[in-house]
Ligand binder design. Sequence first.
Ligand SMILES: Nc1nc2c(ncn2[C@@H]2O[C@H](COP(=O)(O)OP(=O)(O)OP(=O)(O)O)[C@@H](O)[C@H]2O)c(=O)[nH]1
Ligand SMILES: [Mg+2]
Length: 379
Amino acid sequence: MTSREKTTASLQTPPGRGGIALISLVGPATVDVLQRVFQPRKTGANLPTAGELQLGFLIDGTERLDEVIVSLNTSSAEINIHGGSGIAHRAMKLLVGCGVEVTAPHCAGFPKSHPRWDNPAVGAEMLDALAAGRSLKVTRSISHQWAGGISKLAREILDNPSPDSSKLLRAAADGFATMQKLLDPMEVVLAGPPNAGKSTLGNAIVARPVSIVHDHAGTTRDWIRELALIDGIPIWCTDTAGLWTTDHTVDAEAVRRAWDKIAQADLVVLVSPGGDIPIELPQRICAKKILHVETKSDIHGGEKSANPEAVKVSGMTGDGMDALGKAILKSLELENFEPAIPRAFTKRQAELLNRAAKAIDTGDSAKTTATLKKLLGET
Ligand SMILES: Nc1nc2c(ncn2[C@@H]2O[C@H](COP(=O)(O)OP(=O)(O)OP(=O)(O)O)[C@@H](O)[C@H]2O)c(=O)[nH]1
Ligand SMILES: [Mg+2]
């Protein structure tokens, strides 16, 4: 048997506790192996045909290891077992006993030539990227690219190129910049003087009481980073220690760490109660994008604001949180995100879309066709 002909199994789901886990089995011995380890629940039933799911048991000789659901295509299968490392370990051991080699998770679960994909390259990338999607909006935007989005656009241009085609391809390629911000969320850091209401605001943004809130100035020392969803857009929100000058070793270290986080931020939300902010803070942060926010609007709301541009919020009552969310997304250029448009979600897609656009502009139809087919994985 050459290495190309090996049959391999991989645990596609992360090890650990869980309701279900998924094993993918790929290679020429798939059917033989399944016949040994899978017993359909219905007496006398055969293995499932392509596109069918079948309930049954994972068996080791006469012992039933688990109740499973199996799908099968000519040379690959998915075995849905119950979660938990115990069952997953037994199931993989069983497959190894059948001569199957264990590998790292198969790329996208199936070989790229799997008959399920009519555009195999985008399909495979989709399954990889979906694992990184942190919100429904993000996963919708990724999965849209397979049946619609960039795949549909490429197909339409292959069938019927128009003068607008290169513009549409470039717009889809440019969308990759936005997609990167969603797959690797932006870092938003809450900074400001002690007791300004940063932790209260951070808790309101992430919708969980992750930071301790107290009227003692200097409550937060270690920074706290949590994922927040603002209108379905994931961002990292970091609450930091108040910025002040102190000789106390631990407090000084907390302030130093806060400055570290500020240096790494994509956006600094500069928090002050009622706009009362030490003048040097914005100057020290000047290399960064800053969003000025005045907190405690429930008690300072009536006062004249030091900064008319600042967003007024109360982390305590929730007033102004919608406006703050919109302002954060606007600062990160992520406002009005529309999931269902053609948008590259991998570097490969963006490069091929741009290459196809260039080929159209130079009138090279053979290169246009070859590039778009490559995008879809059809060459
Ligand atoms: N009325 C009112 N009080 C608030 C608001 N936000 C915070 N506070 C109060 O202000 C005090 C300080 O709040 P924190 O959120 O801990 O402030 P902080 O900026 O994180 O403080 P340090 O971690 O010490 O730098 C607490 O007593 C809060 O209850 C608000 O929007 N309205
Ligand atoms: Mg705090």
